[in-house]
Ligand binder design. Structure first.
Ligand code: AP5
Length: 216
């Protein structure tokens, strides 16, 4: 299955991507995770993207598209993939379409997670991510047994730099301006499946699987 997850910052894309990639046996590819790993390793790419991420702005299309073109030809994508956070502009979506046409692997579906800004702010301000295994927790909605310690691997939990209130607000504006137009684009292409992202993590996962496995 060749899938794209789209939704506002904090809609639960990373959380649901983990469950869906397991369910469908496909790799979870997150541009945000790729950029954060580059930043942590202080690579040229990391240094290049840092100021955009810190400000809540999008990394320029040419950089992001180049990274994804290379990622999509890696061997683990031969049976499908789940893209989380890409595409994020119409230009990225058009480029993805061209790449997949060349590879002969068109998208099967684009899953939209629908959420309101109030819930986004609650989710992002309480998010904590494990420094070691990357698992995503939430201080209120999905807390580990011991505060600030990953319940899976014992790693240290961190708050992302871009989860500060002023940056969250900018990320929401950027989503409305540059990413929301993808909803119409993929609806016109008859690929869009939209679900409500409110409710427990398990309820949203069930809705997502139902939406992706039911004929439209
Ligand atoms: P990225 O990492 O993709 O961030 P984002 O899209 O803003 O999304 P988030 O990771 O913040 O949220 P999410 O939807 O994954 O939610 P999560 O599952 O964590 O991108 C970061 C930056 O990188 C961008 O700002 C940009 O600079 C750059 N970038 C990335 N891709 C790019 C691209 N294609 N082009 C250009 N630039 C790009 O959940 C959030 C919290 O809520 C967690 O704590 C979780 O536990 C909790 N939660 C989840 N589901 C539920 C639920 N159902 N109920 C209660 N709590 C829940």
């Amino acid at each position: 299955m060749h899938l794209v997850l789209v939704g506002a910052p904090g809609a639960g894309k990373g959380t649901q991507a983990k469950a869906l990639s397991q369910q469908f046996g496909i790799p979870h590819i997150s541009t945000g995770d790729i950029f954060r790993a580059s930043l942590a390793a202080q690579t040229d790419l990391g240094l290049q993207v840092q100021r955009y991420m810190d400000a809540g702005e999008l990394v320029p299309d040419d950089v992001t598209i180049g990274i994804m073109r290379a990622r999509l030809v890696e061997p683990d994508t031969s049976g499908g993939f789940l893209l989380d956070g890409f595409p994020r502009t119409l230009h990225q979506a058009q480029s993805l379409g061209t790449t997949l046409l060349d590879l002969g692997t068109p998208l099967d579906a684009v899953l939209e997670l629908q959420i309101d800004d109030h819930e986004v702010i609650r989710r992002l301000s309480g998010r904590r991510t494990c420094r070691s295994c990357g698992h995503i927790w939430h201080v209120e909605f999905d807390p580990p047994a011991t505060p600030d310690v990953c319940g899976l691997c014992g790693g240290e939990l961190l708050q992302r730099d871009d989860d500060q209130p002023v940056t969250i607000r900018r990320r929401l504006e950027v989503y409305a301006e540059q990413t929301a137009p993808l909803i119409g684009f993929y609806s016109d292409a008859r690929l869009l499946r939209s679900i409500c992202a409110l409710g427990t993590i398990e309820e949203v996962t069930k809705r997502a699987i139902d939406a992706l496995t039911t004929e439209s």
